[in-house]
Design a protein around this ligand. Structure first.
Ligand SMILES: [Zn+2]
Length: 313
């Protein structure tokens, strides 16, 4: 594919093409915005456009040997970094420094794409700052982040910031339906909330079944089958927010068409809107505390007490 084929990110593409047209590729770019909206795809295709042997209107051709090597992750001048155990360490940053200090082997520029760049710890960020301050010639670093606020200001201010936004519903539908063939497309698009990459990489229907099963266990007071780890707690809480959002919306409009989940799932009883919103807020607090290593079974019991109250009211 080519950079221009990325759907629903016209503004971001205008900025990226602007740098290519003026031949002013910066040494560092931060691609920020929600997960699943095309940041990584844009980064890879921008790297292709820079190194393409037969560019078409400043975009990559997608067919030359350089484009093909980048697509198959075999280009010696392009590397991608992803966090290991949610962390980008100082050792990784040192390796990046080494890699980009060499001249390109066969492309025009050395490109390093750092996915989830906000996973750098403070030591890594400090080391990385030095690279950003004195970028080697013929190099480009692309940081990708859905939590750019977690990056130090000193790093952010040294990058061209290209912001990505969730896609409008037509664009989201177009991307999702090109990639998956789902029975319940409406449900999937509802949950994608403009982030087609999430709908493609995850199975929302299965996640929802899992969420409902655990909620049922929780409300029944069973705690045998709980969350496996912190990422499952986060995922489960995100589903709980959708459920509570639906409950509140249904209280107000009483229209099924406004719901993201199936109405059957809402367990509506006599809950007042205030109680639903309070529950929502309490759960947000739990989510905020997760980064402080909350104990899993304490979290389970606490969340259970909140949800039981809300669902049974
Ligand atoms: Zn090409």
């Amino acid at each position: 594919m080519a950079l221009r084929e990325i759907i629903g990110q016209d503004r971001a593409l205008r900025i990226l093409f602007g740098t290519l047209k003026r031949n002013r590729v910066p040494s560092a770019i931060l691609l920020s915005g929600d997960a699943g909206i095309g940041k990584r795809l844009a980064a890879v295709n921008y790297a292709k456009a820079i190194n393409c042997l037969e560019p078409v209107d400043f975009d990559c051709c997608g067919k030359c040997i350089s484009c093909k090597k980048i697509d198959s992750e075999n280009h010696p001048d392009i590397s991608t970094i992803v966090p290991e155990n949610d962390l980008i360490s100082i050792e990784t940053i040192r390796k990046i420094e080494e890699t980009i200090s060499l001249r390109p082997f066969e492309g025009r520029k050395k490109v390093v794409i750092i996915d989830d760049a906000d996973a750098m710890n403070i030591y890594a960020a400090n080391a990385f700052l030095k690279t950003l301050e004195e970028p080697p010639e013929d190099s480009l670093i692309m940081l990708i982040s859905s939590n750019p606020d977690r990056l130090p200001d000193t790093i952010r201010s040294r990058c061209i910031n290209v912001r990505f936004y969730p896609l409008p519903s037509d664009g989201c539908r177009e991307v999702v339906s090109k990639n998956i063939d789902a029975k319940n497309m409406k449900f999937i698009l509802n949950l994608a909330m403009g982030r087609p990459g999430l709908a493609i990489s995850r199975d929302f229907e299965k996640e929802n079944e899992w969420f409902a099963k655990l909620l049922n266990n929780m409300v029944q007071g069973e705690s045998k089958d709980t969350w496996a780890d912190k990422s499952e707690i986060k995922l489960w809480l995100d589903m709980a927010f959708i459920l509570l959002r639906d409950m509140a919306v249904y209280k107000i409009t009483e229209r099924e068409s406004d719901l993201m989940l199936d109405k059957k799932q809402l367990a509506m009883k006599g809950q007042g809107i205030r109680s639903i919103l309070d529950t929502y807020q309490d759960m947000q607090q739990v989510k905020g505390l997760l980064d402080f290593n909350l104990n899993k079974s304490i979290t389970w019991n606490y969340v259970a007490s909140i949800m039981r109250k809300c669902v049974n009211e």
